[in-house]
Design a protein around this ligand. Structure first.
Ligand code: GLP
Length: 241
């Protein structure tokens, strides 16, 4: 793991955006894996600013998001599809056919998972994946469990994740209890990964991810085995290392 500590989350966002720009300069039609949550927002802002400034063009990228809530359609204000459209895809002017997220309203979620994995394979796998981390060490929506997940799967969210995501919904009861998520094996197959963690509420998870044993109880700990991962941390998130 390449661990980079920075004081300021704005600078982290810019540094992560530079990693994406470099990837796209090398390969314009890169397959990029995106994440939701508050953490990557500054990276997305910086990517849009770079494109607006004419430094790089993300026109040709093919995107795969980590996850989607089960039961929310793409129009729902809190669907991850909607989140990505607002914060990255529309500002970058991406074509709809190049954007992929699991379909949260497919009546056959198991078939949807298999279809999503097939689409990732068909695109040639993910070149660069951005990740955040949950307070309980989850990545994407892979919650602490007895075994690591493989491909895309239906996950029941833990009370910790439900309460962390409650801030996006009017009422706790509105937070979906299940999600479709890329599996750990799929994430590990990404050729390059950037993980960002900021804030004191991530300090324990960051400690366990980097210093703890590799265990499905802390899904992010598997990233110790990834050959090309950069972890950007602010001082609060790095405070227990
Ligand atoms: C959700 C997402 C994860 C994200 C996590 C942390 O669970 N599925 O991909 O990493 O939230 O979000 P935040 O960055 O808002 O702390």
């Amino acid at each position: 793991m390449n661990i980079i500590k920075m004081n300021n989350e704005d600078i982290i966002g810019q540094a992560a955006a530079v990693v994406f720009a470099a990837q796209v300069i090398k390969k314009p039609a890169s397959v990029l894996g995106f994440a939701t949550g508050s953490t990557p927002l500054l990276t997305y802002e910086a990517m849009v600013a770079m494109q607006d400034a004419g430094i790089v063009s993300f026109d040709e990228i093919i995107t795969f998001n980590l996850d989607e809530y089960l039961g929310l359609n793409s129009e729902h204000p809190q669907s991850y599809y909607n989140f990505m459209q607002r914060n990255l895809f529309l500002p970058l002017g991406l074509q709809k056919e190049n954007i992929h997220l699991p379909n949260g309203v497919n009546p056959d979620p198991i078939a949807e998972c298999a279809h999503y994995d097939a689409e990732i394979q068909k695109a040639g796998g993910i070149d660069l994946q951005i990740l955040g981390i949950g307070e309980n060490g989850h990545i994407a929506f892979n919650e602490p469990a007895d075994t690591f997940t493989q491909g895309t799967t239906v996950m029941t969210l833990t009370p910790s994740t439900i309460s962390a995501n409650r801030r996006f919904f009017d009422r706790e009861d509105d937070v979906p209890r299940q999600a479709l998520t890329m599996g750990i094996a799929t994430i590990m197959a990404a050729r390059q990964i950037v993980l960002i963690a900021t804030g004191i509420n991530k300090a324990q998870a960051v400690h366990d991810m980097i210093k703890g044993p590799i265990s499905p109880k802390v899904p992010a700990s598997i990233l110790q085995m990834h050959p090309a991962i950069t972890v950007f941390l602010d001082s609060a998130a790095a405070s227990m290392l």
